[in-house]
Design a protein around this ligand. Structure first.
Ligand code: NAD
Length: 247
C-alpha cells in the first residue's frame, strides 16, 4: 500500500470492469476512496466487494443528467469532497459512414461524448468546492486519427480531446486540471474476441497489446499531485502505435 492518493475521493465511470476497474483497484491501493460507477450493477458490486475498504459502488448511466446529479450529491453528502473524476465509460459500435445507422451514431456520441460533457458539467462544481482536483477524460488513439469503420467512435473521441482543452481553460483558475488519456489497443472486453487476432501486434514498437494496468498507472499519475503542472494535455498509452506508419 502506497499513498500517492491518500485522502482523495475519486469517481470513475464505467468502472465495473476493464480499465476503469484497474484504476479503481490501483487508486484504492494508493490510499483513495473510490466510487465505482457503471450500468453493470452486479459486476460493480462484485468488484468493490473484492477490493474491500475504500471502494463503493453506485449505479450511474453517464447519459443521464439526473443520475449524475444524484451521484455527485451523494458524494458531497457522504464524503464532503471530490478530488478526482475519471470519465472512462465508453462503447464502440463498428460501422462505416455509409452503413452506420443514425441510432447507432447517436448512441455512441451519447455515451462517449455527452457522458463526458455531463461528467464535467455536473462534477466540476464539487471539484471546485473541494479546492480543486483532477479530471481525466478517456479518449483513444482514435482521438488523433480515424479508425476504419469507426465513424461514430472516432468523432466522439476527437470531441473528448477537444472538450478537454476547454475544460482546462475554464477550470484551471479553480485549481482543476483536465487532461485526456489516449489508449491504443488494450486487453479488455472492449476488443471483441473475434477481431483480436487482426490486431497488428508484431508491427507495434512495443510488440504487445496493452493491459488495463498500463492505463491505470498513467491515470494514477494524472490523478496525483505529481501531475500538478499538467493540464489540457494529451497522454498517449499505445505501445507506440501512433508513432509509426507501419500499421
Ligand atoms: N480497450 C481498448 O482497446 C481501448 C482503446 C482506446 C480507448 N478505450 C476507451 O477506454 C475506456 C474504457 O474501455 P475498456 O477498454 O475498459 O472497455 P470495457 O468495455 O471493459 O469498459 C467500458 C465500461 O463502460 C461501461 N458503460 C457502457 N455504457 C455505459 C453508460 N451508459 N454509463 C456508464 N457506463 C457505461 C460498460 O458497462 C463497461 O463497464 C472507453 O472509453 C474506451 O472507449 C479502450
Amino acid at each position: 500500500m502506497a499513498d500517492r492518493l491518500a485522502g482523495k475521493v475519486a469517481l470513475i465511470t464505467g468502472a465495473a470492469r476493464g480499465q476503469g476497474a484497474a484504476e479503481a483497484r490501483l487508486f484504492v491501493a494508493e490510499g483513495a476512496t473510490v466510487v465505482v460507477t457503471d450500468v453493470l450493477d452486479d459486476d460493480g458490486a462484485a468488484l468493490v466487494a473484492d477490493i474491500g475498504e475504500g471502494a463503493h459502488y453506485r449505479h450511474l448511466d453517464v447519459t443521464q443528467e439526473l443520475e449524475w446529479q444524484a451521484a455527485i450529491d451523494h458524494i458531497r453528502a457522504t464524503f464532503g469532497h471530490l478530488d478526482v473524476l475519471v470519465n472512462n465509460a465508453g462503447i464502440g459500435i463498428p460501422g462505416t459512414i455509409i452503413d452506420t445507422s443514425l441510432a447507432d451514431y447517436r448512441r455512441v456520441i451519447e455515451i462517449n461524448q455527452v457522458g463526458t460533457f455531463l461528467g464535467m458539467h455536473v462534477g466540476a462544481p464539487l471539484l471546485r468546492d473541494s479546492g480543486g482536483g483532477s479530471i481525466i477524460n478517456v479518449s483513444s488513439m482514435m482521438g488523433f486519427v480515424g479508425g476504419p469503420a469507426r465513424v461514430a467512435y472516432t468523432a466522439s473521441k476527437f470531441a473528448i480531446r477537444g472538450m478537454t482543452k476547454v475544460g482546462a481553460i475554464e477550470l484551471g483558475p479553480m485549481g482543476i486540471r483536465v487532461n485526456s488519456i489516449h489508449p491504443g489497443a488494450i486487453e479488455t472486453d472492449f476488443i471483441r474476441a473475434e477481431t483480436r487476432h487482426l490486431l497488428p501486434v508484431d508491427k507495434l514498437p512495443l510488440q504487445r497489446i496493452g493491459t488495463p494496468d498500463d492505463v491505470a498507472k498513467l491515470a494514477l499519475f494524472l490523478a496525483s499531485d505529481d501531475a500538478a503542472y499538467s493540464t489540457g494535455s494529451e497522454f498517449i498509452v499505445d505501445g507506440g502505435w501512433l508513432s509509426t506508419t507501419a500499421l
